[in-house]
Design a protein around this ligand. Structure first.
Ligand code: SAM
Length: 195
């Protein structure tokens, strides 16, 4: 079980992208491509009005999301990752980008979809709890929250994927309905609907 008391810093991610502009092989990995297909297939609505993607990286999933949503706001702490994402999504005028560190910063908008994919375990407990409240407050009633996280326990991360998902499940049934849950060999996916 991991238990770092601080979230991983923007500097950590800056350094990662400096060493390798695609640190998780989002552009080439079959595993990631399949996970993205599963992620989009889990969305119950054919279209969303306004989506918020936390930690969009170089925009591979963002581009797919842009096809399903009237508007997307994608944020990341790393400017260089966002620049690549902007290039990738330049044919999608409905997708906006903003450099932002969540939960220290959070948009003052409402969304009917929030996507937290492979980001929650970089937060410490305190930041996860703050982000949970912000996410809940930013979702319109009946809005969807899609969580996707790797579940292999990595000692260098503040939290595990399971800890992130279990923390959101604590909000069921008072705050959220759990619409979909899947556990695969290396990751899990939960889809919540705000009450
Ligand atoms: C593993 S990638 C996930 C990319 C994408 N969401 C996906 O599932 O393919 C994590 C991204 O989150 C960003 N990130 C980490 N902590 C963040 C924070 N506190 N706020 C915003 N973005 C963050 C990192 O810079 C990195 O680009």
């Amino acid at each position: 079980m991991t238990s770092q008391s601080e979230s991983l810093s923007p500097d950590f991610f800056e350094a990662l992208y400096q060493t390798n502009p695609d640190p998780w092989q989002f552009k080439t990995s079959q595993y990631e491509a399949q996970k993205y297909a599963t992620t989009l297939a889990a969305l119950p609505k054919p279209r969303y009005q306004s989506a918020f993607e936390i930690g969009g990286s170089i925009g591979v999933l963002t581009e797919l999301l842009g096809d399903r949503c009237e508007r997307v706001l994608s944020v990341d702490v790393v400017d260089r990752a966002q620049k690549e994402a902007m290039q990738r999504c330049q044919h999608l005028p409905n997708v906006r980008f903003q450099q932002m560190q969540v939960p220290q910063q959070f948009p003052k908008e409402k969304f009917d979809l929030i996507l937290l994919s492979e980001v929650g375990y970089y937060w410490c407990w305190q930041d996860l709890r703050k982000a949970q409240q912000q996410i809940f407050d930013a979702l319109v009633p009946s809005g969807h929250l899609l969580l996707v996280h790797w579940t292999v326990d990595a000692q260098e991360l503040p939290l595990t994927g399971d800890q992130v998902h279990e923390a959101f499940r604590e909000g069921v049934p008072a705050k959220f309905r759990l619409l979909t849950e899947h556990r695969y060999e290396q990751y899990r996916l939960d889809l919540f609907e705000r009450r």
